[in-house]
Write a protein that binds this ligand. Structure first.
Ligand SMILES: Nc1ncnc2c1ncn2[C@@H]1O[C@H](COP(=O)(O)OP(=O)(O)O)[C@@H](O)[C@H]1O
Ligand SMILES: [Mg+2]
Length: 254
């Protein structure tokens, strides 16, 4: 479903943000792409989305190469980013319609899809309220629904729980379970390792742009000799000290 082949991004002369990244994610699978700030997670997602051209390598979605059909690939992907704000002066219904039309749905389809998502994401009671009046948890539900408006088979989540309280985080993780049941191929990027451990089927440990370890929790435990993801990362950081300390950019996807 998602297939990354040697995906690489070099910024400027020498910042290797993503270095020969290859991985595959199947339908109904939650892949945790994990790493500290600056590891290359957001850059990877932006390349998969077609927002950023790779220096080399490719990202295939359902067999379509990014380089060949970028526009079509975008329709296959839903992106949830922590930094994505809502249009405060609009209502959730208006936002869903706006994005549905943007993705090429007809008026009729947009209305039907809004109904469907209101049901799934429990938006009904505030569907016609301005977003300024929503609680954080409600706003997050709208944000998540928006990413699904075109019913993409692939969903990318970039730090989706950042800045949320426990209620907001639960909304996100219920959503991840829902996506898995709906047979989506999911990449979840986060540095919240304890959460990831509970919600992902498989993991890729990204550090300084390179995939250091990959596998199920059991496989990683065997490979690293460490019991938890947190300890795996501490070990990774200790064994590979950062020579050049850089201020990582914000996770903004533009
Ligand atoms: N537009 C950019 N220009 C230059 N360097 C960038 C740009 N975007 C990201 N980087 C650098 O690439 C590296 C990976 O960043 P990023 O993908 O945002 O990491 P993460 O999402 O894992 O925190 C960092 O060193 C960051 O400073
Ligand atoms: Mg990021």
């Amino acid at each position: 479903m998602i297939c990354l082949e040697g995906l690489t991004k070099i910024f400027g002369a020498d910042v290797k943000a993503v270095d020969e990244l290859s991985l595959q994610v199947g339908a109904g699978e939650v892949y945790g792409l994990l790493g500290p700030n600056g590891a290359g997670k957001t850059t990877t997602l932006r390349m998969i989305m077609g927002l950023l051209p790779p220096t080399s390598g490719d990202a295939r979605i359902q067999g379509s190469a990014l380089s060949e059909r970028a526009q079509q690939i975008k329709r296959l992907i839903g992106l949830v980013s922590a930094s994505a704000g809502l249009y405060q002066w609009l209502t959730p219904r208006e936002i869903l319609r706006y994005f549905a039309i943007g993705f090429g749905l007809s008026e009729r389809q947009a209305i039907d899809r809004t109904e469907e998502l209101s049901e799934i994401m429990e938006l009904r009671e505030f569907l016609d309220r301005r977003c300024t009046t929503l609680s954080t948890g409600q706003a997050q539900r709208v944000n998540l629904a928006r990413a699904l408006v075109h019913d993409p088979p692939v969903v990318l989540l970039d730090e989706p729980t950042r800045g949320l309280d426990v209620v907001g985080a639960k909304v996100v993780f219920d959503y991840v379970q829902f996506l898995r049941q709906a047979n989506k191929a999911i990449i979840l990027c986060t540095h919240q390792l304890e959460e990831a451990e509970r919600f992902c089927d498989r993991f890729g440990l990204l550090y300084q742009g390179k995939l250091r370890y990959e596998g199920t929790l059991t496989e990683l435990q065997t490979a690293t000799g460490q019991p938890t993801l947190v300890e795996m990362f501490l070990r990774l950081l200790r064994d590979n000290p950062i020579e050049k300390v850089e201020e990582p950019l914000d996770a903004s996807t533009g």
